[in-house]
Design a protein around this ligand. Structure first.
Ligand code: HEC
Length: 149
């Protein structure tokens, strides 16, 4: 064991010297190129997003034909595809139409499937309005000054 100490000391000195050298002629930093997302091909895009029915604009997936059959007799499908809602919100719209607009009653299974389709493909969206400007960034209000005088 005693014989190991000089060797260890040499290694330590060597490390100090090496790290000193490394600082002096450090190689130029290489920056890895950012990872590129996988290239989207028509095939992968089709898998991600359902096709759109040309006549109604509905996403052609799941129970879309059930929705087409029950929801486009009185008004354009656009009224639906431009709308967004949770399951509860879609149910509320259906109840309103049943009460006020002569929409017929659905059997529970049909209603559940219609609402599930709508809430999945036309869900609520994040608020699109910008946040209010903070008071300290607002320009002075000239009318405020008038009111004070
Ligand atoms: C019996 C006729 C009828 C059927 C069938 C019908 N609706 Fe309606 N719906 C109406 C009427 C009438 C309005 C009001 C149209 C207007 O304001 O111009 C309306 C309005 C709407 C609106 C707009 C609500 C709003 O707040 O602006 C949505 C969304 C809607 N319907 C979705 C649906 C869905 C989903 C179905 C299928 C479950 C459906 N409708 C089936 C009659 C119907």
């Amino acid at each position: 064991m005693r014989g190991a100490w000089p060797a260890l000391a040499l290694v330590a000195v060597g490390l100090v010297v090496l790290s000193g050298c490394a600082k002096e002629d450090a190689p130029a930093t290489t920056i890895d190129p950012p990872a590129m997302p996988p290239t989207a091909t028509p095939a992968t895009m089709a898998a991600a997003e359902p096709q759109i029915d040309a006549a109604t604009g509905f996403k052609m997936t799941g129970d879309w034909q059930l929705v087409r059959g029950n929801c486009t007799g009185c008004h354009s499908a656009k009224l639906i595809t431009q709308q967004r809602g949770t399951e509860q919100q879609w149910l509320t719209m259906i109840r309103w139409m049943q009460k006020k607009q002569n929409l017929w009653q659905f059997d529970p299974d049909t209603e559940t499937r219609i609402i599930a389709y709508l809430a999945e493909h036309y869900p609520p969206q994040a608020a699109r309005r910008r946040a209010a400007i903070p008071p300290d960034l607002m320009p002075p209000n000239p009318y405020e000054a008038q009111a004070l005088n």
